[in-house]
Design a protein. Sequence first.
Length: 95
Amino acid sequence: MEMLLLVLVVAAVIVWLVIRSNAKWKTIEAGTANAVAEIEAKHAFLKSNQVKSRIRSTDNMGAVQGSSGHGSIKLEVPEKYVDQAISLIANNFKE
């Protein structure tokens, strides 16, 4: 019984941490899946400047999508890097 309670508490903590970490990401650019190349280039540019970032893409039904022309794609950074990322892209990004 105690072991079950311990497992449930650990599982709850893990779920809480995952939700908390995902809530801290902010979208700094979004577009259709046709904009994949530009958003991937900006993602690589931010990474080369030590700014943590990620790309999220979905189709119209919400499923993870590749680089087809349907759905949307977003460039996201953690909250604490939003200003730095926007500034870097605005002032220095060259396609």
